[in-house]
Write a protein that binds this ligand. Structure first.
Ligand code: KG4
Ligand code: ZN
Length: 354
């Protein structure tokens, strides 16, 4: 593998990166251009496999790998064509190295390394969580405001990280059981809603009253930063059994969705604000699929404003998995003089803080 910089930037001083993300069930490719530490998204394509996995109520790894292998080369060709660029215009390739499904990660990595070898380009292996962590800074122009408190809420992770600088991440708090997105997906299934459940619950919740019912919250004591979402999931199951006769009442379902969503979101916001206060952070940056939720965005923004904190939230369209965040993380790190830190192998359990 070639990991060194070619030493030369493209003639105009811009550095063009191809990003590849195949950690789960989305095949994502993106082109980002970096100039003096500033990122511009040139183009991005994503094929979601949601419809293929939906009948199974979750992601089927064998199906995912076949879809990635079929889609990835087609997407890269189309992306370059649509941008009017050639593979020779690339200066680096960024690929998700973990965490994720091993077989899915392998497809992206094998493809990235083969393409890089054929073009004699450097490869940056990027931690998927690192991609999420810095995605709030894809909007806005200034430098990354280190230090900051990062909140990542996705289908696989719920954590707070103290981010002091590049590669200097410390986990402040994480879930002790389910991730928030995982809990929403499981609860949606109980409610008879399709996968992925988070957006479905949000849709239903819009017609409902968030104060209609009370659902338990994990570790509610002030100052306890740990997350837990399996309790609310179990509570919803019993609740639905107790109210079996109302299961076909749309009003009841909307109120239940609004109330359980409120319980999860309030927990996320309150613990984030408590952590920021405890650790004296001035900036909070939120990312991950669940952060696409409008109620969460609004509550976090308001909470930060009241606490005098600067709040950065990933653009809605870049909260769920995508390759822009992977390419951007590589571009920023490269511009900051950080050498590619990860080996050539995928790591399905790659932690954020090494
Ligand atoms: O970041 P992501 O795309 O994949 C992982 O890295 O896990 O997150 C996917 C998760 C799923 O659990 C999905 O239900 C949830 O994000 N999600 C949402 C919304 N959109 C996606 N949860 C709540 N509200 C949404 N609008
Ligand atoms: Zn993700």
């Amino acid at each position: 593998m070639k990991t060194g910089d070619r030493g030369a930037r493209a003639g105009n001083g811009n550095f063009l990166w191809l990003g590849i993300e195949t950690s789960c069930d989305e095949t994502g490719v993106a082109l980002v251009e970096e100039r003096a530490g500033r990122i511009r998204v040139v183009g991005a394509l994503l094929t979601s496999q949601v419809n293929r996995h939906r009948p199974f109520g979750g992601v089927v790894p064998e199906l995912a790998v076949r879809e990635h292998a079929r889609n990835l080369p087609l997407l890269v060709t189309r992306l370059l064509e649509e941008a009017g660029l050639r593979p020779q215009d690339l200066r680096g390739i960024a690929v998700t190295q973990g965490p994720g499904l091993a077989s899915s990660l392998l497809v992206g990595n094998a493809y990235a390394r083969a393409l890089a070898a054929s073009l004699d380009l450097p490869v940056f292996g990027i931690n998927h969580l690192e991609g999420h962590l810095f995605s709030p800074f894809l909007e806005g122009d200034g430098p990354i405001p280190f230090p900051f408190l990062g909140l990542i809420v996705s289908g696989g992770h719920t954590l707070l990280a103290a981010v002091e600088g590049w590669n200097r991440y410390r986990i402040v708090s994480a879930t002790t059981d389910d991730a928030a997105g995982e809990a929403l997906d499981k609860i949606a299934r109980l409610l008879g809603l399709p996968y992925p459940g988070g957006p479905e619950i949000e849709r239903l919740a819009r017609q409902g009253d968030p104060k209609a019912f009370r659902f338990p919250r994990g570790f509610p004591e002030e100052g306890d930063l740990r997350f837990s979402f399996s309790g609310v999931k179990t509570a919803v199951r019993y609740f639905l059994e107790q109210h079996a006769e109302r299961r076909s009442d749309p009003r009841f379902l909307a109120d239940a969705a609004a109330s359980l969503q409120e319980s999860i979101i309030r927990t996320l916001c309150e613990k984030t604000l408590q952590a920021a206060r405890q650790r004296s952070f001035r900036t909070v940056a939120a990312s991950g699929g669940v952060v696409a939720n409008r109620r969460l965005r609004q509550m976090l923004e308001e909470g930060c404003r009241d606490a005098g904190l600067c709040c950065r939230i990933a653009p809605s369209g870049l909260c769920t998995d995508n390759a822009v965040m992977i390419a951007a993380a590589a571009a920023w790190k490269h511009a900051a003089g950080i050498p590619p830190s990860l080996g050539t192998d995928i790591d399905p359990g790659l932690p954020l803080a090494l």
